[in-house]
Design a binder for this molecule. Sequence first.
Ligand code: URA
Length: 461
Amino acid sequence: MLGVSLSAEDDLDGWRDAARALAGAGVPAGEVAWQVGDAAQGLFAAEAPLPPPGPGFSVPRAFLTLAETVICHADPERFALLYALLLRLRDRPGLLADAADPLVQRLERMAKAVRRDIHKMRAFLRFREVETPEGPRFVAWFEPEHHIVRTNAGFFVRRFAAMRWSILTPELSLHWDGHALSEGPGAARADAPQGDPLEAVWKTYYASIFNPARLKVGAMLKEMPRKYWKNMPETALVGELVAGAQAREAKMVEAGARGGMGGNVRAAWESVRAEAMACTRCPLYRCGTQTVFGEGPLDARILFVGEQPGDQEDLAGRPFIGPAGQLLDRALEEAGVDRKAAYVTNAVKHFKFERRGKRRIHSKPDAGEIEACRWWLEQERLLIRPPLTVALGATAARSIFGKAVTIGAMRGRVHPLPDGGEAWVTVHPSFLLRVQDNKEAEYARFVDDLRRIGERAEALA
Ligand code: URA
């Protein structure tokens, strides 16, 4: 028997190097014992060196993708199963396409379980804010079923780039200081804070988005197993909400018939706004006078997203009231779109500027700032659920789509969004203030975009 010790539960590189050497030397799967870390020490004290490599062979890309996922599974057999599949692929390169093969089936099931766990961590992890001498830090406790924490680290770094956070799990902890990620040992639930003021917001928010008409308790439990409930402030409400579901449904139908969403959405929006007013998710909170949150009816059919408040917006605390806002108002009027019926907000909610003498000159928000503020735009969109979300310019589009896009390529057509709504993309009004060439034609094109957006909103109503 040949013993292979891997450095960690998700040590894909270690597994791949060993598997390549073993397969090259033609070692059968039954003659290899795979172990992780310290567990391996005693067992393989007299470990035989890996055999010298024989002729190599290539494997399909799909196998590497499968191995990358399956390696995170909690089943100790995973290393051996993957190795067995690797050996069989040498003789049958098309094996992965054989959905009836029991080994392929088993590994695919394992990959699915890992993907599901990755998704759960992203969806059900909740940060609590704690004060530290260096400022606020957001701490979350999570118990994954599989070894997915490291694999998921990149997601949390991208998603919460501008915050300082720690994710504690039984196996390891991750720490992000705004610049670098570090790992620490596993932790216990008691190491993580249990509650903080964010919970009030989550509860109000969850109560408002809970849709009794869609209530299927089985499906809900499947999506959100009870194990995670204790970490999530909003689940304190679930029993109550389920109990009152029928009455709420009747009310909702009534509210729907009146064209309103009732007080819940307003209460949740106000909580979210209040929380945003104290936002410190990125350094821009030190810059502007105040958070400039969105405004407009919460049952708006169109939600306009700009870049960030300008000088006047920053002082007044309202979006699009300065020169760009006035141009937007004029264009909307010409296009026959009622600004008062729309919700207007920005991708970034603090004014970023450089001081030149007495003047504050607009400075473009960077990718980290857009990403940090995206949280608030998502909350606004979740509460309002607008059929149409309109990106005014590239910063707004980046926030809506979660990646950089080109306005020219996206302009003038429908972009379906994952929540069922539609996104539209057009230029930012300040582009029209700045542009020198074809100024009038550019303005007319903007009005035309707005007219089409207005017609689309009517058609969807
Ligand atoms: N520009 C924007 O993008 N938003 C505003 O609110 C004002 C100017």
